[in-house]
Design a protein around this ligand. Structure first.
Ligand code: ADP
Length: 189
């Protein structure tokens, strides 16, 4: 039995997951939420800190955890692999609700291991707006933007497997909705 909630926030790249999660934590004045820090083999973006946004690992370190079955979910990719470390989440759930920000497949894999997890699909208001955000963020080269956008149809086809869908048109409204979902889940509704 899980004592605290595992809240999984997923959605296409550029939809605003990072932005929304940041606002969710900015509002968390009672410190009841903890962030699940993922592992990645990609390089840090400007301002990202090891152990805060991600644990930045070498390929070898990452594969060692894969071998030990230490990830709740992981995705191997030459441009950067990502994984959610199992032990970190389980330890943190003993004292706090945990928010995991993952990709769409990752969220569904977590749901398989933890059916009690509350999965939230963050959807873009439109494909054009998603492209605008992804390009506007400016952190990927053009071919990487194209690669990420090519996945969107597939990712959106899995939306029905999520517990909740929230359209991220306005960050404040999106976070209001997520807080309401969390509150209901905590009240067992
Ligand atoms: P993700 O983590 O899902 O890849 P980010 O949080 O990095 O997405 O957001 C991608 C870009 O979209 C950023 O430049 C961010 O400022 C912008 N953005 C996020 N949410 C919104 C929103 N509701 N309205 C407009 N722009 C947004």
């Amino acid at each position: 039995m899980m004592e605290h909630l595992l809240i999984v926030i997923a959605g296409p790249s550029g939809v605003g997951k990072g932005t929304v999660v940041k606002e969710l934590f900015a509002r968390n004045t009672d410190d009841s939420l903890a962030l699940s820090v993922s592992c990645t083999t990609r390089s840090p973006r400007k301002g990202e800190v090891h152990g805060k946004e991600y644990f930045f690992l070498s390929e070898d370190e990452f594969m060692e955890i894969v071998k030990e079955k230490g990830f709740l979910e992981y995705d191997l990719h030459f441009a950067g692999s990502y994984g959610t470390p199992k032990r970190f989440v389980e330890e943190t759930l003993k004292t706090k609700d945990v928010v995991a920000e993952v990709d769409v497949n990752g969220a569904l894999n977590i749901k398989k291991s933890y059916p009690q997890a509350v999965t939230i699909f963050l959807a873009p208001p439109s494909l054009e707006e998603l492209r605008r955000r992804l390009v506007g963020r400016g952190s990927e080269k053009e071919d990487e933007v194209t690669r990420r956008l090519a996945r969107v149809n597939y990712e959106c086809s899995l939306v029905g497997q999520f517990d909740h869908v929230v359209v991220n048109d306005n960050v404040k409204k999106t976070v209001d909705e997520i807080e309401a979902i969390v509150q209901k889940a905590k009240n067992g509704q």
